[in-house]
Design a protein around this ligand. Sequence first.
Ligand SMILES: Cc1cc2nc3c(=O)[nH]c(=O)nc-3n(C[C@H](O)[C@H](O)[C@H](O)COP(=O)(O)OP(=O)(O)OC[C@H]3O[C@@H](n4cnc5c(N)ncnc54)[C@H](O)[C@@H]3O)c2cc1C
Length: 679
Amino acid sequence: MKQDETMKVKRYDDTNVNPDFVAERKKCTFNIELLTNIIDGSSYLTETRRQAQLAVLNNESFSNLPDRYYASRDEAYAQNIRKSAAYIKLLKEDKSISRAESYFMQCLIFPNEVPPFSLHTTMFTPTFESMADEEQKKLWMPRIENYEILGTYIQTEMGHGTNVRGLETTATFDPSTDEFIIHSPTLTSIKWWPGGLGKTCNCAIVMASLITNGRNEGIHPFIVQLRDFETHEPLKGGLTIGDIGTKLGFHGMDNGFVKFDQFRIPRRNMLMKSAKVTRDGTYQKEKKLEKLKYGSMVFVRAMLVFNQAGQGLAQAVTIAARYSCVRRQSEYAPGQEEPHIIEYQAQQHILFTELAASYIFYIAGNKLRELYFTMNYDIQKGDLSDLPELHALSAGLKALTLDEAVVGIERCRLICGGHGYSAASGIPKIYTEVVAACTYEGVHPVLYLQTARYLLKVYQAALLSSSASSLPDNQSSKYIFRHLHSERPRFHFPLSFVEIVEAFERRALMCIEKASKKLDGLLATGRPHHEAWNYSACYLIRAAKAHSHVYLTSSVHEQLETVRQEDAGVYTVLGQLFELYALKSIVDHAVEFIESCGITTDQINICIERIEALLLNIRPNVLPLVDAFDFPDRLLGSALGCYDGNVYQRLYEYALNSPLNKSTVNVAYFVYYIAINIS
Ligand SMILES: Cc1cc2nc3c(=O)[nH]c(=O)nc-3n(C[C@H](O)[C@H](O)[C@H](O)COP(=O)(O)OP(=O)(O)OC[C@H]3O[C@@H](n4cnc5c(N)ncnc54)[C@H](O)[C@@H]3O)c2cc1C
């Protein structure tokens, strides 16, 4: 984006900082900026993000916005459309804004919510680009890039989500008119959930069963215009469109439904890069290209690990940490001033383990993104060999990190006491956004099972191989083969970083072996494969989780090795966070580690003691560690989590702004309550 040297808005207001915070920040033992760069990926990316954020903070269209927590659904949607219009105008005016920059801007304009047009950029455009042929791109892309076309991605139906093959919507080719007829044959086939479908988007990619010459060729993508480009009214000819109603969160987003009633679209609206229907109705498909869709899935999942699990948890941790350094409660020693709640070990245990987890997810998300870019480069050259490994890894990681993040966010809310329950804390909104990601882009049991299916294949291949070189050159094959064909190492306590990774690998191998044995055992009793698979699910899911933990620990360990050369202070704090996350996981899954690594219960107790020591080590740096996340106050939207620590003033202002306080006596009280007292 264009650099603006006149940008004067400060990211943080240093003028009126709570004295307790000033004292806390003085205890810092490491270079905060360097840690911020690690989270962002590089110093260049930190600068890019900050410039993009400043562009929003300086822009009048996005200042003095109504309070985000008091809006009704109608108001929330209207506010979002207003902001969307201003944001899209900005993107149109400054074509140099990169995708990454636009994302950072979007996060500040729509903090912890998904704007109605988001599917246009995250799903509609990438899917169109990867599934449309060159002629289709030439025809549609200018209007897509110009936001004249605003698109969403329509797959899920009221009756089917996970099982894509079960989708009932049909697209039947009519050779007499050279058109497809899109139809929802049943109530359950009504398309349900797509973001921006209810009121906002005028086009969509619709997934439907393609029928031509009487044959069902399976689910394919079609680009469908839904609304008139001038009047924005739904098109006539067989469409019923609407909003699906209030949800747990996402109040400013119009998740919608659409029912197709013999709705006609031109044949060339089928996206024809990997499959096509010719003018005479002949179906043709290119198998190799079909796999391309898995590439974009990997990308979206990598983004979710970073943006939702990492960033969502980091925001909740920032709020809880800052509040814990302000809030004083309970008598610690008789006659002494109440301590900050951060001094309670119980508080530290929750807060610091979640702090550690957020760093782990950020770093692993970054690494996964890098892996995706390498793989994508190979794919462009026609090499799809890394796709299965990365597809399985991204499925398991998306599930594990989001599962852990939503629990972590809720734990952060709970340790803020009563004020954590107020919307003003900001945590409820973070929770409702992140927990949605546990459902879209794949429900977690199903994702874990996908990962497990791949792991069993790798395990079988490793069992039959006598040398690692005959296996695919990837992380799973390497560690599974190595541990399968070597003696169990002796572990020394406290565990070194290398031993930690080894322990996670051995535990994963054991879980994979057990899942494989369970499945084989059931098959040996004569059960059909689908049934044996179903009744092995608990073992399979454990294996997928353990494997995902291997990736988390090994990728952060790799990052630590790089940091070790660069900065001793950052290496120390990052090492403490790594160790804390790993040891807590070992203690939480102690049975699996005892069994797989030959560890004793006494050694588990050493881990517990070590965790307590780490809490003390981390304590002086807690505020700098959350400052390193570098969230502008506007992004957090939290009275409890502001940089200056002036919690109570903000809470009071928030309450005074409540719409209920616009009058001293509420009309409803008169209408209903006084009435019963009179009668
Ligand atoms: C906020 C939000 C936004 C969304 N946005 C979009 C969108 O833009 N476009 C779109 O098309 N869709 C969207 N969706 C829909 C989403 O993709 C689906 O909800 C999701 O794929 C799950 O499908 P389902 O709801 O039909 O659940 P189901 O498939 O019915 O699953 C219900 C539960 O059954 C269990 N289960 C199902 N199958 C299996 C199995 N094989 N093995 C083990 N357990 C199983 C799981 O526990 C699962 O959670 C959105 C959903 C939400 C919540």
